[in-house]
Design a protein around this ligand. Sequence first.
Ligand SMILES: Cc1ncc(COP(=O)(O)O)c(C=O)c1O
Length: 464
Amino acid sequence: MQAALLGGAALSGGAALSAVGMNQRRPPMSPLPQTADLSGLAPPSAALNSQSLALGRLFPSLLDPDATGGPFIANTLSSKDSFAGYIRQGEPGNSVFLRQADARATIPWAPIFVRENNHLLQLPSSVTRQIDCSDLLVMNESSARYPVFGNKARKYEFLLPNLKWSGSKRLGTVGAVSSNHALQFALANRVADLTGDGQPLNCALDLVLFEVPGAATDMARLAILRGLVQHVAIAKNDVELVGEAAQEYARNWLHPDTDLLVPPGGSNEVSVLGHMNAIAELAQFLDAAQAWSAPPDVIFVAMGSGSTVLGLLLGVHLMGWKTKVVGVADQDKSYLTRWLVNRQPSLPFVEGNVAKLARSTVEWLQKIRFPGISPDVLRVMQHEIFVPDSTSWEPGYGLVEGTDVAWANELKEAGLSLDPVFTLKAWRSLLTMSQAGALKNKKVLFWNTYNSFDYMPPLLSSLG
Ligand SMILES: Cc1ncc(COP(=O)(O)O)c(C=O)c1O
């Protein structure tokens, strides 16, 4: 089967390659290492089985198998439902499943990380007194115990069971060598139980990773990746390569039987549901903590391939909140690349990715009659909710300055670990807005998407 690529987002990390790389063909497959014991890296089944989809509180029909109209979201850990007998509609990993041709759409969902009540973090006054707002909270999606966590885990809760129900056996995915998606996807593929009886996706997986210009490749991380997947191809980064050309290049490294090239960052229409659900969870956490009597006025979040910020925007829309969501881009690209990938040269590259994913996602949600999506949702998101920031990432992808490092250290002391590519840039955006007086008297929520789990010791020892 020819490899298909979902979504049109270009590779994160300024993906590009050398002419030499273009001519190389992938070597034969080596067998998946058998020595790895990764069982200790998944949360206990009992903790996962007790999780439920927060969106179901908002729209009970989503979880009601007997409701009519709109989609049904099947928890694959608790329901005895399996994909046998369903008709699949859509690309692998981006499908809905129908009992018969005109039936309601079923979407599989598997809880793969544990929601605890400690996701909301109150920063100490030594930090908050430096921010000119009425209140500041952090949605801290980070775990010291579990490697699959943060914004990736939320996407994979929809993406992985969808791939399983689609019958995928061989996959490829792409990203920068430092890609959080590449590492977490490789792990989730091996450890995330999708059936309730311990069966992960376990697809044969090839990674095509792009070196980041000016940054040394982390060899220990690479060793871990090599222990988790079938094959890792490293591409040089001399010539900017995006869109179709990047897909063609990545295909060059894939086994001919590859079912799918999983999109960069794991972003597609289905994975957007992960952060729509995240907003419904945030509402529950805020209620439980009796933190605020009204929703946040502003949310800050990092954006790259787009499904995280888009899910939050749609979630805010579903909740009927008046919240502004500031999406902070991790990079930008030339006019030519913006045009080639998004056909919108005047729109900063990452905003273009988000706009494109927004159009296809809204079309898909309307087609499956997802509840709460108003006909003018694209306009509402664009004009009333979304505040893109495509400048705070400068001077470069993952490049930070002395003041950022000082902030990172101070925040780490306070229990919030940020990364230089995404979340530290989002923090920078928050500071800039605060300094401009734009957050005065506002309730501000900083969404930390970065899982600061220390992968090296446990994974290197598990992989032997
Ligand atoms: C830590 C972190 N935050 C934010 C993002 C951006 O999320 P998205 O790619 O869904 O826009 C990424 C993406 O790779 C990430 O690794």
